[in-house]
Design a protein around this ligand. Structure first.
Ligand SMILES: [Zn+2]
Length: 270
């Protein structure tokens, strides 16, 4: 194997995944290379890999999204086998990756989400799906609530990411970079993000399994926001973008689940 030349290009795109929690690497094998991945995240990670191969064949395809399960080591992405041992070969690849299974295109549309606040409370939905203030082309919900309001899990899941270090807000979309949030992975492959929580406002940790209706943190007014509120989205993660999804919430006494409408007040009595 030593006389072969190969090139490796690692191009890491903008990603949510901490680099030390996901690693793509190769090992030499009897007839070429094994491309492997370690995923130390609490949810699957998808990696779009474009191999540039000379004199090598990939057993598991090329230029596609490979999904690596949560908490796995040495996950086999593909075997690259040498076509002609007498000839030189090249191995290059570029990749970008992010949370989640990016091949998913169905989700549990009938799941009944809990309103993300305490029992006996009611809040205005100041902006709804595709709202004209800041939710253009985004299925996001804004619950108007004072700083420090207790927020509760809308669905069971596992906490995969938290940002709670920021403290300021501004009205420029650029400020979305300094949003605080809690991201939760659901059993149907979707994620929820609870956004604008106050500084150090998360009362859960990455890796925690949380139950629907569980207290998870305090709302705030941090990042891209015009005032205190909770911005809530459910989404599929794609390599770069998020595809936000409409969901139904239990309202009033919990017997009925509906899609929430802007400028209405909703109460959680369940
Ligand atoms: Zn919003």
């Amino acid at each position: 194997m030593r006389y072969f030349t190969f090139l490796l290009f690692f191009i890491f795109c903008n990603t949510l995944v901490a680099q030390d929690n996901f690693e793509l690497y190769y090992e030499e094998a009897e007839n070429g290379f094994r491309i492997l991945a370690d995923n130390n995240e609490f949810c699957p990670v998808s990696a779009k890999i474009d191999f540039r191969l000379e004199n090598l064949n990939s057993s598991n395809g090329n230029n596609k999204v490979f999904v690596i399960p949560a908490k796995t080591k040495k996950y086999l992405i593909t075997d690259l086998s040498v076509v002609d041992r007498k000839k030189a070969m090249k191995l290059g690849f570029s990749t970008s990756y992010n949370y989640g299974n990016h091949n998913l295109d169905t989700y549990d549309k009938n799941f009944k989400y809990y309103l993300p606040f305490g029992k006996g409370k009611s809040y205005w939905l100041s902006q709804g799906y595709n709202g004209s203030t800041s939710h253009q082309n985004e299925n996001a919900l804004d619950f108007k609530m004072d700083m420090g309001t207790k927020i509760y899990a809308a669905r069971d899941g596992i906490v995969v990411d938290i940002e709670e270090s920021f403290s300021k807000s501004c009205t420029n979309p650029e400020c979305a970079k300094s949003n605080n949030y809690i991201v939760v992975y659901h059993s149907d492959g979707t994620f929820a993000e609870y956004t604008h929580i106050r500084k150090n406002g998360a009362e859960v940790e990455v890796g925690d399994k949380i139950k629907i209706g569980q207290f998870i943190g305090y709302s705030g007014n941090v990042g891209w926001a015009t005032g205190p509120h909770l911005h809530f989205i459910v989404f599929y993660q794609r390599i770069k973008d998020r595809e936000t999804l409409k969901t139904k919430f239990l309202i009033d006494n919990g017997k009925k689940a509906i899609e929430l409408v802007e400028k209405e007040k909703y109460q959680r009595q369940y």
